[in-house]
Design a protein around this ligand. Structure first.
Ligand code: COA
Length: 397
């Protein structure tokens, strides 16, 4: 799992994109400049973000440029409604894929995400990120996440929408760093969410495809070390942690939900842990938290037999706090979270720690045991065959 990163573009395709997706080619739009009651970003802020895009000195890379393009199209035209370009029309196909991957997110949400993205790029270059939320403290710059602090809320947004926010090794490390940073900053609550139409599709399966010199055993061992540290960051997190589940979730983003203090989901979200299909076993302390939350019978249906839950079912079983209509999800949730973030900081943190303290030691033991089992599973024929099937199925499309 660890030490592996597979570019989603073949090198020749990358070169073509580098030439073709120019910042200046992103269409401009005319908006009235009166402030309107948009969720988060105003029309003025959106227009400012557009202007700031032109002031970037460094090329942010193809993936980011595609994202900017997609968010712009979604913000100004809504969901992707143009025919899919042919397979050989590489550049337009990549642009179409990026736009299409945003699914049905609202134009308001796309404007906010556009502002956040430009704000984080400007901030990375040392400028002011006034357009969007402020980046968290003076912490590290992230490539796979958008991390912002605003209204006493630090938001960690997984930001690989074209890959359904699958978690690469780099992203695991960045999430660990972002949680460490959020634990120390001045925010009152920390929120986890995903960019685009998916919350997260779990472990990026390409993490398994590049075998290091030490062979599969070394890959499994370093993957285990990374996973242990990753889950530990959630177990030890000292402030209220909220998941804003903006779409479907598969694998580890589901299993760690038992370590969150609130889970808000759009009605479009689904919750799937297909471990046995992949020859693997549960992680994220779910072998302990799920039976406790939903009872062993329901937990086994999910963790052993791959049952995918709808948001409403997940709520009925106690994994989700509340489900919201997709059309009002962002505005309802953020209104509520902003109100919660006004509560006294220390009281919230200490109360959370009290609620979690009885199980904390136990959770670390569970984490160790689950990692040990997975290190063994990752080296099994069952797991290797399952990963190969995923990529074979893709190559047949
Ligand atoms: N690892 C690696 N790549 C992933 C991924 C993952 N976990 N999830 C999605 N992707 C990639 C797809 O390969 C695809 O890449 P491409 O555009 O280069 O072909 C892209 O993200 C979009 O996914 P796609 O499969 O086209 O979207 P979809 O809406 O049809 O299906 C999923 C989405 C998540 C249901 C499907 O991609 C899937 O089953 N992924 C694997 C999930 C999984 O098993 N996770 C591990 C759990 S332990």
């Amino acid at each position: 799992m660890a030490g592996v990163a597979l570019s989603c573009f073949a090198p020749w395709r990358f070169v073509r994109l580098a030439r073709s997706v120019k910042l200046s080619s992103i269409p401009s739009l005319k908006f009235h400049t009166t402030a309107s009651p948009m969720m988060g970003a105003s029309v003025e802020q959106f227009n400012q973000a557009k202007e700031r895009l032109g002031s970037l000195k460094n090329d942010p890379g193809n993936q980011v440029k595609l994202q900017i393009y997609a968010l712009f199209k979604q913000a100004t035209q809504g969901s992707c409604n143009t025919p899919k370009p042919g397979m050989l029309d590489f550049v337009n196909k990549a642009k179409w894929d990026a736009w299409n991957s945003l699914g049905s997110i609202t134009q308001e949400d796309a404007r906010q995400q556009y502002c956040d993205l430009i704000g984080s790029l400007v901030a990375k270059e040392g400028g002011s990120a006034q357009v969007a939320a402020q980046p968290a403290g003076s912490g590290p710059a992230y490539e796979t996440l958008l991390v912002t602090t605003e209204d006493d809320i630090t938001t960690i947004k997984m930001n690989r929408p074209t890959k359904k926010n699958a978690i690469t090794t780099q992203m695991y490390n960045e999430i660990i760093a972002a949680l460490e940073q959020a634990a120390k900053d001045d925010s009152v609550i920390t929120v986890f969410t995903g960019a685009g139409d998916f919350y997260c599709s779990g472990n990026d399966l390409t993490n398994f495809t590049k075998i290091p010199e030490g062979g599969i055993e070394q890959m499994a061992k370093s993957g285990g070390d990374l996973l242990r540290t990753y889950v530990k960051a959630y177990i030890d997190f000292p402030k209220p942690l909220v998941a804003v589940v903006n779409g479907p979730a598969v694998g580890i983003p589901v299993t760690v939900l038992g370590l969150f203090d609130l889970v808000y989901a759009t009605e479009r979200a689904t919750f799937h842990t297909p471990f046995s299909m992949l020859g693997q076993s549960p992680e994220g302390c779910s072998s302990f938290t799920f039976p406790r939350i939903m009872g062993p019978a329901k937990a086994s249906e999910m963790l052993l037999f791959n049952k995918k839950l709808t948001a409403v079912q997940a709520c009925e079983q106690g994994l989700v706090t509340e489900v919201f209509p997709d059309s009002s999800f962002q505005s309802e949730v953020w209104t509520r979270l902003k109100a919660y973030a006004k509560l006294p900081r220390n009281s919230l943190a200490l109360s959370k720690q009290l609620i979690r303290s009885a199980d904390k030691e136990r959770l670390h033991v569970v984490n160790d045991t689950e990692v040990e089992r997975l290190v063994e599973r990752w080296q099994s024929d069952e797991c290797m065959h399952a990963i190969m099937s995923f990529f074979q199925a893709k190559s047949k499309l």
